[in-house]
Design a protein around this ligand. Structure first.
Ligand SMILES: [Cu+2]
Length: 73
C-alpha cells in the first residue's frame, strides 16, 4: 500500500470533501481517502499495482476539482 497527498482546488464546503472521498474510494485499488475541506488536501492510500496517483487526479477532473500530487519528502 502506498500513500499520496493531493492538493485540491475547487472545494466549497464540507459536502465537496465528502463527495471527493466517495469518488476516490470507489476507484478499484483505493483503500481509503481522507479529505479535508479546511486544508484543501486529500490523503489517499492505494495499491500501486492497481492504479497510480495520476488516475486519482483524473477522477476528480470531470466533477470540477483540480488536483495535484503533492511531492512527498
Ligand atoms: Cu461543497
Amino acid at each position: 500500500m502506498q500513500s499520496v497527498l493531493l492538493k485540491i482546488q475547487g472545494m466549497h464546503c464540507g459536502g465537496c470533501a465528502q463527495s471527493i472521498k466517495r469518488l476516490l474510494e470507489r476507484e478499484p485499488g483505493v483503500e481509503s481517502a481522507e479529505v479535508s475541506f479546511e486544508s484543501g488536501e486529500a490523503r489517499v492510500r492505494f495499491d500501486p499495482a492497481r492504479l497510480g496517483p495520476e488516475r486519482l487526479v483524473s477522477v476528480l477532473g470531470p466533477p470540477g476539482y483540480h488536483a495535484e500530487v503533492h511531492p512527498q519528502p
